[in-house]
Structures are given as C-alpha cells and as structure tokens.
Write a protein that binds this ligand. Structure first.
Ligand code: CTP
Ligand code: CA
Length: 228
C-alpha cells in the first residue's frame, strides 16, 4: 500500500483507540468479561503510529506488547475505560473504538469474596447497563463539529450489513467497521466491512496487520483537509 508510506497519511493527527475486553468485578476474585484478544485494536494502534499519528491506546486486560511509540493506558472496567477516554478525547482528532465493552456490570461488587455457605444456594446477581463509550464520544461537541472523527466496530453473529448500517446511525459515527466473522476472536487474520454514509465496501481477508494499515488509509481519506 504505497499511499500508506509516502507521505505519512496520519501525520499531525492524534489518534485515541480503545482495545480489548473490559472486566466487571463481581467480587475480588471473579467477574464477567467478553471474548476479545485486543489484536485488531493493537494492530490499528501500531499502523496509526507508523502512519505518523500520535497514538494513545486505552486497553482492557490483554496480554499484548504495546506497539513502539504508542502511549498505553491500562483499565479494567467500562467505567474506567470511559473515564480514561473522556480525559484523552479533548486532545484527539480521531477516535477508534475497537474495545469489546461489557454491556452490563454487576449492580453491586462485593468487597469480600462471596463464599459458598454449604446449603447449595446460588447467589443472585443483578446487572446495570454500562455507559456507551463510543456513543458518548460521538455525541460530544467536537465530534459533532467534525473536529474529532469517530470510528466504531461491530462484531455480529448474523446479518452483518444490516446490523452495521443500523449501528452506524444509532451510534452517530461517520464510519462503522464490521468484522466479517464468524469467530475472529484471537485470530491473526480477518476481513472487514466498512460502512459509511455513502454505502459499504469490503476489505478482503488478510492479516490483522495488513487490514489495520488499509483501515488507517481509509480513515485518513475521510478526515477533513484542514485538521485542527
Ligand atoms: N461500545 C462502547 N461502549 C459500550 C458498548 C460498545 O464504546 N458500552 C463500542 C464498541 O467499542 C464498538 C461499538 O460500540 O466500537 C459497537 O459495539 P457493539 O457491542 O457491537 O454494539 P452495542 O451498541 O453494544 O450493541 P449490541 O452489543 O447489543 O449489538
Ligand atoms: Ca455490546
């Protein structure tokens, strides 16, 4: 991809990325989480950095090396992720939400380990909805004024195009990227479906590294020419 190397297509851009799962504690020894290796988000962070951007990566619990030159902030829960993103977003010109955020968290997180009491009774868990990090950022004044370009991801099990198209509108983002499944979790390759206001196109099956480089070019082409 020649355009990727000369000139650097994200020079001068500040890119904020979420990646990995979130972990929502039930008590100090257990919790609920999502399947997500974080590989796609980390690959995009690397590609964006190599394309000349200043990159901040807000990462849930994953065992991956931080790409060279990327600032990494580790978080656990969706609320922590939202907090870190809210702090970083005012300085960013691009926001890419690849994280598999837990949609719900336990309504109460116990301070002490919940013990079996020997009666065979099971604990009853109740949940509350987590904040939608992407929608929150996409509704911000800077995103609405196109000073912050927001990109969402979607992992669907069926009807990808319909769900991705609806999700793009619902989240209020200019670009939504679908994982062409099934089961891309943990793999080193993928295929992507890009959905924007003009329609959709596919980035065919390739390594996550190559797809990340292609996606970076696609994003750069959609940025306003006079970035602030
Ligand atoms: N997302 C987010 N915060 C959440 C939930 C999702 O930032 N609390 C982001 C994801 O990082 C992704 C996009 O929103 O970029 C879509 O996530 P997805 O889970 O596919 O969509 P949801 O809106 O949660 O809907 P559902 O899971 O019901 O399909
Ligand atoms: Ca979800």
């Amino acid at each position: 991809v020649i355009a990727f190397f000369t000139p650097k297509c994200l020079a001068g851009q500040k890119v904020l990325i979420t990646a990995g799962p979130t972990f929502e504690a039930i008590d100090p020894v257990r919790g609920i989480t999502n399947h997500s290796s974080g590989k796609m988000g980390f690959a995009i962070a690397r590609a964006a950095q190599e394309a000349g951007a200043q990159v901040t990566l807000v990462a849930g619990p994953v065992h991956l090396h931080t790409p060279r030159g990327v600032q990494r902030l580790n978080v656990q829960s969706a609320q922590e992720m939202l907090h870190a993103v809210t702090q970083q977003a005012p300085a960013a010109s691009v926001f890419i939400a690849t994280a598999a955020v837990a949609d719900w968290r336990p309504a109460h997180s116990a301070q002490q380990k919940i013990k079996k009491d020997g009666s065979g009774e099971v604990p009853m868990l109740s949940f509350v909805e987590n904040p939608d990090i992407l929608a929150t950022v996409a509704q911000s004044e800077r995103a609405q004024a196109s000073d912050l370009f927001c990109v969402g991801f979607a992992a669907e099990s069926h009807d990808l195009l319909q769900h991705a198209t609806a999700k793009r509108v619902r989240k209020g983002v200019p670009l939504l990227v679908g994982n062409i499944g099934p089961a891309t979790f943990g793999r080193d390759d993928n295929a992507l479906l890009l959905v924007d206001a003009a329609g959709h196109r596919e980035l065919p099956h390739a390594s996550k590294r190559e797809l990340a480089q292609q996606l970076v070019v696609e994003i750069a082409q959609r940025l306003p020419l006079h970035s602030k």
